[in-house]
Write a new protein. Structure first.
Length: 382
């Protein structure tokens, strides 16, 4: 609650969380129009998946270069460029007249998404360092809230919109204007401890690799739940049609809840303890899911959501505070490996389900979160 009060009482901290919300408001708006875009271009679900892969490719191609861009432009200017560019280029997929141009447009979206992801996490990290406060977790909570707002409001007004791009254009204009006005609160910022952290030290590689492993495992589990929770409830627990979507709904709800209150816990116990506890809570959740009964599975998805909710923000916070490494470098490394896990998680789960069965795939996810907790034990206290 302290972090929420801080955010709503000071524009210096509200502005960064609004950046997180903006990112997912745009994604949420895009999500509701995917069926119309696929129908317009007459493409299959498989072709859509391949097109979305280009967005991921753009993100992964950009992330390694973001620290250099931030160093050249400075943090505040990079963040403003990233948020405005991300919003503006997202009109591309809505206007693309062919499948090839859709893939190209999504690649460009991915480029700016990667730039924005690292920039806003670095921005929050630097403010936390300078002001000695905690609001990384609540920032990620606003990301979750932004997705719900984008998709929720969009769903309500969708029947009244003649063309999908009209809606997206309106959202873009409003968000760009709002972010330009708010940018005065961070435009002057640069990396606070840049002089101290420009020289990389080999001894810092171990915790960075450990964090990367945690990020890969945890985000692989998160990506798998997004894509496979409904199928698990339908095929394994034999849930009714009205309940198959509840797994992801509960998971997303507890994740948002955990992120809004995670900073208070983090400031008391530290990032390392939070990552350990969160990973093992998620492991417990998967154990309940694997019991094979619908009610317990739904409770389990809730535990997984609240467990994973606090791990990812703490990964960014911890990686942005490693001595000998600039915040942007640490965060971009974790973002890259974590995003790779997010992409490969559903693919790996599908392979295991095809080779063994869906329940076996979720056993693998339980092992993932357990291993993440074990790796977190090896990190130094901060």
């Amino acid at each position: 609650m302290k972090a929420l009060r801080l955010v709503f009482s000071n524009m210096r901290y509200f502005t960064p969380v609004f950046l997180f919300a903006t990112l997912n408001i745009v994604f949420g708006t895009w999500a509701i129009y995917i069926p119309q875009i696929t129908a317009k271009l007459q493409i299959s679900e498989g072709m859509l998946g391949f097109a979305v892969f280009f967005m991921a490719l753009g993100t992964l191609a950009t992330i390694p270069f973001v620290p250099r861009i931030i160093k050249f432009l400075e943090l505040g200017k990079t963040t403003l460029l990233a948020i405005c560019g991300f919003c503006i280029v997202f009109i591309g997929p809505f206007l693309a007249p062919t499948y090839t141009l859709l893939c190209a447009a999504l690649f460009v979206v991915g480029v700016f998404s990667g730039l924005l992801d690292v920039s806003i996490n670095t921005l929050v990290t630097e403010l936390e360092k300078k002001d000695k406060i905690h609001f990384m977790s609540v920032s990620h909570g606003f990301f979750s809230l932004g997705g719900m707002l984008g998709a929720g409001i969009g769903t309500v007004i969708l029947p009244y919109i003649a063309m999908p791009w009209y809606h997206m254009a309106g959202v873009i204009v409003l968000l760009v204007l709002a972010n330009i006005v708010l940018s005065k609160n961070y435009l002057h910022l640069r990396n606070v401890h840049e002089e101290e952290e420009t020289k990389f030290k080999l001894k810092n590689l171990r915790p960075l690799v450990g964090l990367a492993v945690i990020g890969f495992l945890v985000m692989a589990a998160e990506g798998a739940i997004v894509d496979w929770s409904a199928l698990y409830l339908e095929k394994v627990t034999l849930a009714t049609a009205t309940l198959v979507g509840m797994g992801y709904t509960i998971f997303n709800g507890t994740m948002a809840f955990g992120r809004f209150f995670g900073d208070t816990v983090s400031s008391k116990y530290g990032s390392r303890s939070i990552m350990i506890a969160g990973s093992f809570v998620a492991t417990l959740g998967f154990a309940l899911v694997l019991y094979g009964e619908t009610t317990l599975a739904l409770i389990g998805f809730g535990f997984v959501g609240i467990g994973l909710s606090i791990v990812v923000p703490e990964l960014f916070r911890y990686s942005g505070n490693l001595k000998g490494i600039r915040a942007a470098e640490g965060i971009s490394f974790i973002a890259g490996t974590g995003f790779t896990g997010l992409l490969l998680g559903p693919v790996f789960l599908g392979f295991l389900a095809e080779t063994f069965n869906l329940k076996g795939s979720f056993i693998a996810l339980m092992i993932f979160t357990f291993l993440a907790g074990c790796v977190a034990f090896t990190l130094k206290r901060k």
